[in-house]
Design a protein around this ligand. Structure first.
Ligand code: NDP
Ligand code: KAL
Length: 256
């Protein structure tokens, strides 16, 4: 395997279990020589993470970070700074909306539900980018995870679609702010992948079938494909790319 990320230290947020997109990303970054640091929210996620790291012979620190809490974010990045000094990359693979907001009409979204989705899924990128920047003293690359529901109306995605639209707009504004420090900011827009967050949400199976029928590649994508594309955006191969959204969706987004 090549060493595209040798001597790069990268923080990964959002591994809940082996199915997480962030875990697919972790495997790709590890294969390409990166030193990894993981953040988690729930103790259950930390336990899963520690087992996964042991099973894959990966040595990495795990740090607690709840993206709804500024003090937790600041403490996490202070701890990371104390451990490694400089970081070169950040993977933001975190989103949350209350279940009742992910069905029925968007028009019925509650104020609390709207704020929760925006806070967890969009503002969280702004807050973590600000802290990560302090540790990116040699430049860096930040990658977040979006979905086509940011661009078009996807049934049931509702309040999360509006949060992802804010996330993609934040990618552009952050790219402009951080570009002068040699820090790039991009998003991947992945096709549907069966993960814990996707579990039990209405309409997921139908969307997977639609991709098999309509996407140019006539198949769904997996965590490894998103992992490799994220690796590219974190590596020097993508050094001229910032403020962009790269679709890893079997080409579905080009179809009418
Ligand atoms: P997972 O359930 O595996 O990951 C979601 C992660 O979000 C969990 O690790 C969870 O941590 C974390 N999280 C939620 N709230 C918080 C919080 N307040 N603080 C810290 N962490 C938090 O699902 P995915 O891998 O599918 O999701 C990762 C990203 O990919 C999300 O942004 C999602 O929107 C996006 N995406 C997913 C697609 C899919 O089809 N699966 C398609 C396109 C985009 P914990 O459990 O410890 O709270
Ligand atoms: C159109 C699609 C079908 C489903 C609609 C909405 C999916 C929203 C994703 C969002 C992240 C899901 C949740 O926040 C679920 C949450 O309410 C309950 N689950 C949890 O708390 C688990 C335990 C933890 C790990 O989850 C989180 N989020 O912390 C969208 C599909 C086709 C594509 C998807 C799933 C996109 C996406 O953004 O994830």
């Amino acid at each position: 395997m090549t060493s595209l990320l040798n001597n790069r230290t990268i923080v990964i947020m959002g591994v809940a279990n082996e199915r997480s997109i962030a875990w697919g990303i972790a495997k790709s970054l590890n294969e390409h020589g990166a030193q990894l640091i993981f953040t988690y929210r729930k103790e259950r996620s930390r336990d899963k993470l520690i087992k996964l790291l042991a099973d894959h012979d990966i040595t990495a620190k795990t740090v607690s970070c709840d993206v709804l809490d500024d003090a937790s974010i600041i403490a996490a990045f202070e701890q990371i700074g104390a451990e490694v000094g400089t970081i070169h990359g950040l993977v933001h693979s975190v989103a949350f909306a209350e279940k009742d907001e992910l069905q029925g009409e968007y028009a019925d979204t509650s104020r609390e539900g709207y704020i929760m989705a925006q806070n967890s899924s969009a503002y969280s990128l702004v807050a973590v980018a600000r802290e990560a920047k302090k540790l990116m003293t040699e430049g860096g690359s930040i990658v977040t995870q979006s979905y086509i529901g940011a661009e078009r109306v996807v049934r049931n995605y509702n309040v999360m679609g509006v949060a992802k639209a804010a996330l993609e707009a934040s990618v552009k504004y952050l790219a402009e702010d951080l570009g002068k420090y040699g820090i790039r900011v991009n998003a991947i827009s992945a096709g549907p992948i069966r993960t814990l967050a996707a579990k039990g949400v209405s309409g997921f199976n139908d969307i997977m079938s639609t991709i098999e029928e309509k996407a140019p590649l006539r198949r769904n994508v997996d965590q490894e494909e998103v992992g490799d594309a994220t690796m590219f955006l974190l590596s020097n191969l993508s050094r001229g790319i910032t403020g962009d959204v790269l679709h890893v969706d079997s080409g579905y987004h080009i179809m009418a």
